[in-house]
Design a protein around this ligand. Structure first.
Ligand code: RAT
Ligand code: ZN
Length: 422
């Protein structure tokens, strides 16, 4: 490692990223042991909802979105391929570039007329070997899943039990349990929780039992919920109350973070199915209310609107229990990542988690991280150069330490559980 005066900051940052195993704190990935929840390979990659939406904007005349939706997955993948990659325009969008990066990483020709070569490679590789290959090539060492016991596929998998690949950590996702209460009451009852339709003391007690049981069963490392832009706290809405009486107290007791993902408007265009969600700007004063009310809960916060990002940084300055994370979903584009990363570094120093992948298909780890780091690294270089120019005797180890802390998953658990600090 070079002495303080001599080394190139650009090279040191590049080396630090190359050497740092990435811990991806929010994905929708699952191990092969979870059967059909584990998505990988060309047909899944090409039918990612980001790509289906882009395809539906330019379906050939005569093909409707409904007809596209009715096709089998491999046929949809073929249409996506023909439309976005073997069609007239170049694959320039972030999601389209992503497929090209994945194919190049796998040694495939991205200008091929069909998916045949990719399908052959995938079908010739054992699933476990494919998982190993993607983890190795992407530099990712661990991913956090999005786990929902009320999901028809997922709940039974946990109940039956399986030997967990240790690279996959659990995060208990609460959208389906809490959104639109009492929508989930019947499902909870079917799992043995005697909730009632109203928010009676019994319901709250049973919901807390549900959380405690499933945190235990999954070894869930944090709780998470996504919320619409009109979510208000405190308020008379069931979800605001349930967060207060069940979720936040549980996070505090267990000493695990609560992730708040705010700004999604579900089903803006229902015809697009899983691609039909939109977004909106949140009133960040509600986050301030939450953080003030629950000072001993660590909130991991990601907001979907670009317009909210500066306010989120300011809220995080005021409340040490707020840790911004990731450039979520519609923000996961290089131009916006650059802007958000610079803003966060300037307002929060190293106290945030710069990115998560949100990967739904394992193969996406091969592009989401390389693309993000390509956008993030120059912002880090600029900051370290500025730091050195102010007279700070910067060392390469300083850079490695920061990158390890911010990309190695450590920030998630820096806050100690209630009662355990000195
Ligand atoms: O990014 C996505 O794939 C979205 O569909 C959502 O899953 C979002 O990330 C979420 O976690 O709700
Ligand atoms: Zn997600």
């Amino acid at each position: 490692m070079s002495s303080p005066a001599a080394f190139s900051v650009g090279e040191a940052v590049a080396r630090a990223f190359e050497d740092q195993p990435i811990v991806d704190i929010h994905t929708h990935l699952y191990p092969t042991q979870m059967g059909p929840l584990c998505l990988m390979g060309p047909d899944e990659l090409l039918t990612y909802h980001y790509l289906k939406v882009e395809t539906c904007r330019q379906l050939s005349s005569g093909t409707s979105v409904a007809q596209f939706n009715a096709l089998s997955k491999p046929r949809q993948a073929d249409v996506v391929w023909r439309t976005l990659f073997a069609g007239t325009g170049s694959p320039l969008s972030e999601a389209q570039l992503g497929v090209v990066t994945v194919m190049s990483a796998l040694g495939l020709n991205p200008r091929s007329d069909s998916l045949a070569e990719f399908r052959a490679l995938f079908s010739e590789t054992k699933p476990e070997d494919y998982v190993d290959l993607v983890f190795r090539k992407s530099g990712v060492s661990r991913v956090y899943m999005t786990n929902d016991p009320l999901d028809d596929l997922e709940g039974p998998a946990w109940i039956a039990g399986f030997e967990r690949d240790p690279r996959f950590e659990a995060a208990l996702r609460l959208d389906s349990a809490l959104a639109g209460w009492p929508a989930a009451a019947a499902k909870l009852r079917a799992l043995g929780y005697e909730v009632e339709d109203d928010l009676s003391p019994r319901t709250i007690e049973e919901l807390r039992r549900y959380l405690a049981d499933w945190i235990e069963r999954m070894d869930a490392r944090y709780l998470a919920i996504s919320l619409p832009p009109d979510f208000a706290y405190p308020s008379e809405s069931a979800v605001s109350k349930l967060l207060d009486v069940a979720v936040f107290p549980t996070a505090r007791e267990r000493g695990i973070p609560a992730a708040m993902m705010v700004g999604v408007r579900r089903g803006v265009n229902p015809q697009l199915l899983d691609g039909g969600d939109g977004m909106g700007k949140w009133d960040v004063s509600f986050l301030e209310n939450i953080a003030r009310e629950w000072p001993d809960v660590n909130f991991l916060v990601t907001l979907l609107s670009r317009e909210n990002q500066h306010e989120l940084c300011v809220a995080a300055r005021k409340f040490p229990n707020v840790t911004p994370f990731g450039c979520w979903w519609f923000l996961n584009n290089p131009s916006i990542i650059r802007e958000i990363t610079a803003e966060r570094l300037e307002l929060l120093g190293s106290g945030f988690v710069p990115q998560h992948s949100d990967a739904r298909v394992l193969d996406q780890l091969l592009y989401k991280w390389t693309h993000s780091i390509r956008a993030i690294a120059p912002e880090f270089v600029r900051k370290y150069e500025a730091l050195r120019n102010t007279g700070w005797p910067l060392t390469e180890q300083d850079i490695r330490n920061d990158i390890a802390r911010m990309f190695g998953g450590g920030l998630l658990f820096e806050q100690e559980p209630e009662g355990e600090s000195d």
